[in-house]
Unconditional design. Sequence first.
Lengths: 262, 788
Amino acid sequence: MYDFEITKPGSIADAAKALGGDDAQALGGGQTLIPTLKQRLASPTTLVSLAGLSEMVGICKDDDGRLCIGGATTHAAVAADGSYPGLSGLAAHIGDPAVRNRGTIGGSLANNDPSACYPAAALGSGATIVTNAREIAADDYFKGLFETALEEGEIITEVKFPVPEKSNYQKFVQPASRFALVGVFVAKYADGVRVAVTGASEEGVHRWTAAEEALNANFSADAIAGLDAPSGDGMINDLHGSGEYRAHLVKVMTGRAVAAAA
Amino acid sequence: MPKDEGIGASSKRREDLRFLTGKGKYTDDINLQGQAYAYFIRSDVAHGKINSIDTSAAEKMPGVEQIFTAKDFEGVGGVPCGWQVTDRHGEPMQEPKHPVLAEGKVRHVGDPIAVVVADSLAEARDAAEAVEIDITELEPVLNMKDALKDGATKVHDDLTSNLCYDWGFVEENRDAVDEAIKGAHHVTTLELKNNRLVANPMEPRVAVAEYDGSTDDYTLYTTSQNPHVIRLLMGAFVLGIPEHKLRVVAPDVGGGFGAKIYHYAEEAFCTFAAKQVGRPVKWTSSRSEAFMSDAHGRDHVTKIELAMDKDGKFLAIRTDTHANMGAYLSTFAPSIPTWLHGTLMAGNYTTPLIYVNVKAVFTNTVPVDAYRGAGRPEATFQLERVVDKAAREMGIDPIELRRRNFITEFPYATPVAVEYDTGDYHATMDKLLEMSDHAGFEKRAEESKKNGKLRGFGIAHYIEACGIAPSNLVGQLGARAGLYESATVRVNATGSISVMTGSHSHGQGHETSFAQVVADMIGVDEAQIDIVHGDTSKVPMGMGTYGSRSIAVGGSAMVRATEKIINKAKKIAAHLMEASEGDIELKDGAFTVAGTDKSVAWGDVTLAAYVPHNYPLEDIEPGLEETAFYDPANFTYPSGAYGCEVEVDPETGKVTVLGFSAADDFGNIINPMIVEGQVHGGLAQGIGQALVENCAYDENGQLLSGSYMDYTMPRADDLPMFKVDHSSITPCTHNPLGVKGCGEAGAIGSPPALVSAVVDALQRGGHTNVTHIDMPLTPDRVWAAMNS
Ligand SMILES: Cc1cc2nc3c(=O)[nH]c(=O)nc-3n(C[C@H](O)[C@H](O)[C@H](O)COP(=O)(O)OP(=O)(O)OC[C@H]3O[C@@H](n4cnc5c(N)ncnc54)[C@H](O)[C@@H]3O)c2cc1C
């Protein structure tokens, strides 16, 4: 670690101001950022802690019935909520209890690790990412590996999830990290099905449109069984699995998510 | 009947109280007045020529004491190798220099180039970033077979090639083995890899050293399995410090698994630098450093052929192995693929002719040395896997094929130079089949099938040679050390006992089990006995703990010393009771005169020894302290039958281990609970190797699995509830306790059982072309095999 300052602003406005400083960086639960600092892979001069901002912590429903989760809400809180079973199930399997009690939804979505779980839920739900400056539709938010639509210093204050009729997340774990080797989030809404895939692609989280079409016609595992697996080209190829294997898993996990959707 | 104390009792591990309450005293807990911190700058390329190192800017940084490079080590020895193997042609192995800090060239990612010593670790790291190192990258040598081709880039320019040695064993059998294979009814051939592993003890390595200029004494605290070996190697070969001026302490050590046997550059550095900078120097390995600087394990590529007659009787075995040495020779590296591997190739079978060829190869990777089992898992894996494949090819049940070839008469001299003293392989096999409910397997397999899963059962029967080792024998085989063990039993005036053992406990529970032995022999409470280890200033010269040797060799030394104590105490008791020495009996901590009701308590005798007012001073000396050095007459040969039951998900290739049973013959058992714990740990590591662990390099020699994000350690939910039995006992015939050792068995016997179980599951699922999958059997590999 290099030396840095830490501030604990009392409001989102103050946090935004603090983040305007030179080399300032937001600190959520620190589950990604602190290990990065320890390895001296980042050198912010000031960390702006968001964890204590009560405006950004908590879960409620808005007038449209959307589940609104504060950007500094922990994975454990989302796991315990239960009003969106697919989402709570996903949160319940992120890391271990220590990670879930610290790590936040805002931190996860801001980081956009290609193997992380939350991006699949946000994209698979057509969620809205609310920042201190604007609202961003999930379809416009994810821009590849560790890249998002966020501007420098922009804070995720809230994430709004339309609650589907049925949903499920299937995570096939990378055996070492236990992040997703392939994770598939399936959500069935009155106006259509969304299927989002994480862990697999070199482009990061993405929708599997062929599966969405098939499921719109027939929401059953059989509809997936009849599909070809997506192409292995452009899928991540590493120590833990080839692109072809990941592509195969996308199909298997999608089928399982549909079968398990509740 | 279970006893509550002494030999055979499951005494609770007394050391666990301090470990589990966070009160253990590990090397990193030791902080010396005024200590400085060392930070190692390591190579980030696999192979390169060092053009220049500029430390001038860094030296001016705050807190910097001194920055060291190879030029500070001119005249200092290299890190030595403790074993010299002689090749097939009678020539010694090629032995490169292993400098403390890289000289001219870096040879693996992690090779130390320079060290910053500063007031704090943060300052040392800051300064390290200001050290400018210019390296020209060279082509890395990674693939062992390519490394041996003519014209291949050399890891060491001053050697003739990348071949460390080409070893043949038993060389005189070479032609006879070839003939037997040529003429055999059937030959089963299997090519396989034994995957490279990182030991990953929970505690990373640490060294803290100080130098006292007023007396010219050095003290090194280090995470070692064998402090005397470090004192000898570092003192005599690297730094030129005589043993009486060098104290090495290995306090509580949080696991070793082999990786803490060796003498490492970092501990030599700290000892050297402490004198140079005039203050204590401390280095604590980060986990990332551990991945690239702790010696790795295994990494063999093997072809094995098994020749049989028409009834499946084994006629001959021929193996061809490439063993990775890494960039330098670690302390015991040359012995692992040779004397700890070739000698085990008979397994439990009567195969009359065996020839083992091993080519040890230098590559631009971290040095490879012993890891739990060391050579014996590699031997067991290839042998048990080829037997399994042979059973399939011959249409003989794998259990039956093994039974047909089991050795049943002991002692048994194998064609690979060792003599098994005892064993009963049918007994362990019978026990295993019972424990694992083998008879019910087919029914369970049907159930799995209904659920869309493939179930399989795999078996392995292992032998190991431990209780390492007879010194005269290992001397002939190239060891540059003896492998006896030492013990001093010091009885205090009031009867309590301190046992100083040359064995070292780093998780094995010696403080409990060793005390049980002495308590049993004398008849005093275990609580009266303290086991002292890990400090060269307290303990007589000992060789430490590895190779499942502690109870068999260290325990024997302790028994011998305790016998001397008892003999002397009897003399004192005879004097006190005015009886003849031959009539004295020791029972339950009291001396009696046979056939009388005369008795004198242990404490009275021990007090008399130190307050010799009424004492046979003309015959014996006062005091009650004895030392013994025990050199074993032979190895010990634990053996056992292991069975693994798995389920494979045919859609994803994921393997779930449903059951694992281990029926071992460890000879006599001192503490059944500790033995069971040792087997559990060994199984976890063996299943880890077979299922998840994989140390991998990319084509540039970068470590792909350099952290827990990519190197998978087995976790509790990867493992089933183990069934462990050690009731099949054929005591060792040549040591006083009749013990064989249990530390490595689990890691030796389990990998082939698991792989065979997965192959069995796939075969049953119709994938009849799958006869082997290389470890670890991760889902992607199993899936790829099913779809090949
Ligand atoms: C052992 C372990 C296992 C894990 N397993 C999983 C897993 O299985 N699946 C998974 O998805 N994740 C996993 N994670 C990651 C975990 O979910 C992290 O909590 C998460 O990725 C980051 O959230 P955080 O709140 O800790 O953010 P931090 O680490 O504090 O920050 C991460 C990044 O986001 C920025 N940031 C933080 N909060 C905000 C905000 N509100 N607005 C804008 N930017 C912000 C920071 O500046 C930083 O760049 C694991 C982590 C660990 C340590």
